[in-house]
Design a protein. Sequence first.
Length: 410
Amino acid sequence: MASINFLYRSTKPNANLVLRLLFRNNGIDYVFGAKTKLLIGKDYWNNQHSSQRVKDIEISNKQVEVNAKLNKIENHVLNALNEINIDLVTKEWLQTQIDYYYTPPTEAISLPNRLIDYIDYFITEKKDENATSTIAKYRTIKKKLKELEGILKKEILISDIDNKFKTEFVNYYKQIGYAINTRQREFKAIKTICRHARNNNLETSIQLDGLRLATEKTAKIYLTIDEIETIENTEFKSEAIRNAKDWLIISCYCGQRVSDFLRFTKEMIRTEGELTLIDFEQKKTGKLMELPLHPKILQILNKNNGNFPYKLSDQRYNDHIKDVCKEANITHEVRGSKMNKETYRKESGLYPKYELVSSHIGRRSFATNNYGKIPTAYLISITGHSTEAMFLEYIGKAQNEQAKGIVKYW
């Protein structure tokens, strides 16, 4: 039997409550959370909402009002749960149902069943959840699908995404020269859009969930501990390059995405006993982080009077750290892939390592250099990967390599 409770998950004085759905299916317990639009004060929720025999009439009335709203949301979600195959329930489905509570969905019959038209609807629905770069990727996929429609001389419907379409899709992407992993990534995005349509009661193929495309292993470029030390000990003449160097060192010792660490400020730092921590919310995941600052990061802060290096854009950072590594003589050739500026596609080959350095290298370096030294569960909680399998794939460690490592403990 499913149950629902509500949680306050924010450090802010006022925040929207999170609804948590708990149920068991085939002997497995599931817990999914999604944000409501019910804005509540933290002090009220923690100290007053659950109080019994309240004498203050205003608080008592507030309790009645809030409970009435919570009951309506709970009933709405449980009723929706009773009308769907429990195997199809996901975090995304739950968030959709809560969104439907506040804004009832357009009848499915009025939603477009042509895939490229539905992508526009999907982007509109997800505009507050997805980064600008993610939305741009969906629009790129839409453009390619429109070109594929021209080749096939027919409209591609959501219900057409089946094994036959997979073959057409792969052939087209091969024809225009896209790499295996690009094909897999964009096909996966198409499946995500189709599942969203299915949750809106549009017809999808029964083959949809079973469709898969192969991937190929790619080189995982990271900075070794020796290379990081070389960068630390290299003197740079340009102030801009020195600033980028400091941000690069910070990233190698904090393990965060560029969208997060470049937002770090002095005001986010706090001390707890002998610990110095930084509190922030991961932009991609929404996860609230309490990250202990590595001594190497503290050294950079100390030389800047407690401040982080000055701000720069993601693109400028991406460009400057290539110069950092070049000036630090990290120039030996390694296998990897980089963008061909004429074709705008990645090409594999041997390149000087500094040319393959990009803004996520600090996070990967942190994860790779600490794998086997720090428990993997701790590393995952810092990097923000959702599963251990994703983490191992990110650093290029296969499951069998992990198994071989266990032998040392026999």
